[in-house]
Design a protein around this ligand. Sequence first.
Ligand SMILES: Cc1cc2nc3c(=O)[nH]c(=O)nc-3n(C[C@H](O)[C@H](O)[C@H](O)COP(=O)(O)O)c2cc1C
Length: 204
Amino acid sequence: MTALGIEEGVVYEMVIVTLSPDGSPHAAAIGCTFLRGDDGWRVLSKLARDSVTSANLSRRGDAVLNVVGEEVLVEAALDLGVVEMGFERIEGLEVPAIRDAVAAIPVKARFLAQDDVWHRLELRPFSVHLGRGSRRPFTRSLAALVEAAVHASRIPVFERSDPARAEELRLRVKELISLAERLGPTYRVRAICGAIRRKYGIVD
Ligand SMILES: Cc1cc2nc3c(=O)[nH]c(=O)nc-3n(C[C@H](O)[C@H](O)[C@H](O)COP(=O)(O)O)c2cc1C
């Protein structure tokens, strides 16, 4: 973990890969807090109870955490079909990593607690694989895009129970994606923002 620059107590946004019942890999964005104890590193996370990832992990507790670039993170969270996301085998493991991830961290998951909305989990890393991917210099455009994706992923959660909250989230997403487009007007950023507008009913 130290080689990755991971520090205790910070929330890192990663992509978790799990296996669905048909054996296909499933990717989702997840916030991970790393903690160090006498018996090594552990990761605390919470997952929406109704997520595919929660269901997959309750069947089999093995998963792979991936350090990826922002566009892949957004794709894994929102399933926009814009950014290509492939998988690659890690020798000796059934769950694959994201292709060209900066790093892949195989983990064993344990459910700790639950409430109406969340499952709280502990993920125990058992190795770290450095990949071919590399991190690019920081851009506010991609930071805004990730923040937009966090809010967009909550729109369906509130759509029925609290429509006013869903509308606030739409407004937030609208502002953040126009910032992302203004500061990083690449073809890919524009394609991602267009797909977010269509998927979440955001009108200019
Ligand atoms: C940066 C980022 C971090 C996220 N972190 C979490 C998280 O910690 N827990 C969670 O349940 N959903 C999180 N989400 C939303 C999920 O990634 C998204 O709703 C998810 O893909 C749905 O889960 P599923 O595909 O397993 O059904 C995050 C989204 C983004 C963009």
